[in-house]
Write a protein that binds this ligand. Structure first.
Ligand code: ASP
Length: 345
């Protein structure tokens, strides 16, 4: 045993620890194959103990459906923009996630939705904030990018614009589900009994559930998009990070595409999505290193909870988060699908 020296053992042991950290933090250090589409369905206190097997199956199936739908577009030579649109629309239409139908409710009991999109090829972007009647807010964000001279439209104005572009409008109660009404009641009840004037909606409901996607197409173009109902019991027209370019969404072909989920106020203050891209651009970091640093050395230290998905132009993917779980998954160039929910997968 003389040939096994101490430094070698220490080296092997630390390598195992580093690898374990990547696995546990939702990062996958090495990929054989290029990833072409990565999605998330929100981060939060998601654990095996508080989820039934049936619900878990339903979540994984919807994530797989969204990946497949986006993949079909990419496989037939479609753009990353259309792949992101298709995946996000499917997640918006599912009542499982906090976006589109089934979005969380404001303190007045209706959904107020935010969404954004950004193209890595030309840095064009579009967003809508605080909309109550647009069935698929991601379509409205894309329309703002393609058919208006602006980057962000809000409230009634955004709805009038969507109408003028023939997007589908619905009655506000289309978005409202029984589950979200019950969730709102619980949060409001707890806020009342806590006696705080400015209670944090986060203290009681840490399942965020925002959706997002980043795709890479045959031309090497990246697109990132995010869509959300924000936070349960939000008031005063609160808007989070999701529709803010650089905070919740960012894409640049020369670095990466990013979509975030979590406590929006932190993601705005730390300009999370852009910060990952900036670390790659200015510090020459890899996508995984840059994203990991932002989540663990900035957000985590400041007390900000959440996660992000990222994809670079070479097809490297990352999905770090500092919550108990994050609905997430990706599909490779050859069509292999991987979905994850909990921390230790
Ligand atoms: N980031 C979103 C917001 O703060 C919430 C979420 O990710 O679920 O509005």
């Amino acid at each position: 045993m003389q040939f096994i020296n101490k430094p070698l053992i220490i080296f092997l042991f630390s390598s195992i620890l580093v690898l374990a950290h990547y696995v546990v933090s939702g990062q996958h250090a090495n990929y054989e194959e290029k990833v072409v589409l990565v999605i998330h369905g929100g981060a939060g206190t998601i654990s095996k103990d508080n989820m039934s097997d049936d619900l878990e199956i339903e979540y994984r199936k919807t994530l797989s459906d969204a990946l497949n739908a986006g993949y079909e577009i990419l496989k037939s030579g479609g753009s990353s923009l259309e792949a992101v649109r298709t995946s996000i629309r499917l997640l918006e239409d599912s009542p499982l996630f906090n976006a589109g139908k089934g979005a969380v409710l404001t303190n007045k009991g209706f959904a107020e939705l935010d969404a954004s999109i950004m193209q890595g090829a030309d840095l064009r972007a579009g967003a809508v904030a605080g909309v109550r009647k647009i069935k698929n807010p991601i379509d409205a964000a894309i329309e703002v990018m393609q058919a208006s001279p602006h980057v962000m439209l809000s409230g009634n104005g955004a709805e009038n614009f969507a109408k003028s572009r023939n997007l589908v409008l619905v009655k506000p109660n289309y978005f409202v589900t029984k589950t979200r009404i019950e969730q709102l009641r619980k949060v409001q009840e707890k806020d009342k009994t806590s006696g705080s004037l400015h209670p944090s909606p986060l203290s009681y409901d840490k399942k965020y559930g925002t959706v997002g996607a980043v795709a890479l197409d045959v031309n090497g173009d990246l697109t990132a998009g995010t869509s959300t109902g924000g936070m349960t019991n939000k008031k005063f027209g609160r808007i989070g990070d999701s529709p803010i370019i650089g905070a919740g969404t960012y894409a640049n072909n020369s670095t990466c595409g990013i979509s975030c989920t979590g406590h929006g106020e932190y993601f705005m203050r730390f300009v999370v999505a852009y910060d990952v891209a900036a670390k790659m651009e200015y510090e020459g970091k890899s996508l995984q290193a840059a994203a990991s640093e932002v989540v663990w050395e900035k957000l985590e230290k400041a007390g900000g909870k959440g996660g992000l998905i990222g994809l670079d132009a070479k097809g490297n993917v990352t999905m770090p988060f500092n919550t108990e779980g994050m609905y997430r998954g990706y599909i490779t160039e050859s069509g292999s699908i991987y979905t994850f929910i909990f921390k230790d997968e």
